[in-house]
Design a protein around this ligand. Structure first.
Ligand code: SAH
Length: 231
């Protein structure tokens, strides 16, 4: 898989957003257990500094979550990498079309962009209209073809399911049944589960017969999955 991304001059970056600074983030991810070269290359290619406010651009290649407004955050790169690696472990028959991936919690759009850069077909749902509008502008200007909707993602996107992979980027008190139901046989779902004190990243796999198997991957910290929609 190759990164499908058209780099504009501002996406190439200078100083604290230069390729050298980005390469340091890649080294850090490698030293903290991320080994899938496809994921590392996508993180190297996608300009994270264009997914945060200009005032925070100099911190964009630190391995840390950053505020994106409305009390929300762009996830820590390590968490993005770990979740993406987990989805890429989904078994695919030779010659199968790109995986169809549903993301709940578009936020800045960064995680969706990483998935799209990997050549996956991405669908993303966000409950805060203003965040979604900003993310859509980024997708357009960087040339990503990502389908999105403004909705409460706890219902998933039933008309377009099932999905080969589902990634929930906000913390749920428990796995969401409607989302598990929209996961295709042989699919993988990743979701942080737990309360405000901290959560566990859960991987759910569905086999050919639809039987599910759950594993705990890592402790993580996410903003909560909230009900309803706001403009
Ligand atoms: N994947 C994002 C992370 C954003 S933080 C990124 O790469 O930047 C989590 C996001 O989930 C927030 O934008 C929040 O508004 C959104 N969210 C929370 N509950 C939601 C719900 N029920 N449906 C859709 N989005 C939700």
């Amino acid at each position: 898989m190759t990164a499908r991304i058209r780099l504009q001059p501002e996406a190439i970056g200078m100083g604290m957003t230069s390729q050298r600074v980005r390469d340091r983030l890649i080294e850090r991810l490698q030293s903290t257990g991320i080994s899938d070269d496809r994921v590392l290359n996508a993180i190297r290619a996608v300009p994270r500094h264009l997914f945060v406010d200009e005032a925070l651009a100099t911190r964009a290649y630190e391995d840390t979550a950053l505020p994106i407004g409305h009390g929300q955050t762009i996830s820590q790169p390590w968490v993005v990498a770990k979740m993406t690696e987990t989805l890429l472990e989904t078994p695919r028959p030779a010659g199968a079309p790109p995986m169809r991936v549903l993301e709940i919690g578009t936020g800045s759009g960064y995680q969706a962009a990483i998935l799209a850069a990997l050549g996956l077909e991405v669908f993303t749902v966000e409950r805060i209209g203003e965040l979604l509008r900003t993310a859509r502008k980024r997708f357009r200007s960087l040339g990503f073809n990502i389908r999105s909707k403004h909705d409460d993602g706890r219902i998933g996107w039933p008309e377009l399911g099932p999905f080969d992979a589902i990634i929930v980027t906000a913390a749920a008190p428990a796995l969401v049944d409607a989302l598990t139901a929209q996961l295709a046989p042989n699919g993988t779902l990743v979701c942080p589960v737990g309360g405000s004190g901290g959560q566990t990243l859960i991987r759910l796999r569905k086999d050919e017969a639809g039987t599910v198997d759950e594993a705990q991957l890592a402790p993580v910290v996410f903003v909560p999955l909230l009900p309803g929609m706001v403009d």
